[in-house]
Design a protein. Structure first.
Lengths: 131, 131
């Protein structure tokens, strides 16, 4: 990891690809990732880990279903809001007007989870790219 | 953890105590903590964990020494900057004009580390308070 501070605005300015998380730094066995997002991600589930979201800019929606796949609802995260999707919870992030987000999750966590719907062309299935 | 998003600005407005981290939410066995800070914290070391800092407002300085206690330097984090203090690194956060910060570290991590200088009155030795 970097031995100098990293300005998230500068880091975000360094790439354009949507739904393609960059690993900013690591904390023990966890990644701190940032992503630019717009439109809809894909319904997916992380079976073994919670996933933390912080909205750096814009507004993020996260559609959620019960672990049995029912009871859909959507949480709305304006800039400066945080939310943790519990492990095992089907979810689909989206942002109509675009957003920049920060995530904490164990290194190696796939962006599309352990189970997912068909991955659309605009979604990058990755465990995170170097910044 | 909350099943609704948490606005960090609202959370920060809910307390005044300096150097007294609040646990905003949990991610697996990790805490997401926020704190208001001003002046100097205490030199301390986390022997077994890295510690992640994100500056939400203001400017944070983190003085660092080599693990043998030599070679002091200070990193400067403006608003929107992140930095990870590696495990075993003596460090002392400070903020001349005050700052609000977010931290990510294993639940149970003491705010003053596993080893520390004498704790001044204004520093809260805690594993984090509920919000």
């Amino acid at each position: 990891m970097s031995d100098e501070p990293i300005d998230l605005a500068v880091a975000l300015a360094g790439f354009d690809q949507l739904w393609s998380p960059r690993i900013v730094t690591r904390v023990n066995e966890y990644d701190v990732r940032i992503a630019k997002v717009a439109g809809e991600h894909v319904w997916h589930v992380h079976d073994h880990t919670d996933e933390f979201f912080l909205v750096l800019d814009g507004e993020l929606h996260i559609a959620l279903r019960d672990s049995d796949g029912d009871g859909e609802r959507t949480v709305v995260l304006p800039r400066g809001a945080v939310y943790v999707v519990p492990r095992g919870t089907p979810h689909r992030p989206s942002s109509a007007d675009g957003a920049s987000i920060l995530m904490f999750e164990p290194s190696g966590t796939p962006s599309v989870g352990d189970r997912h719907d068909e991955i659309p062309e605009h979604v990058d299935a990755t465990t995170g790219h170097v910044l």
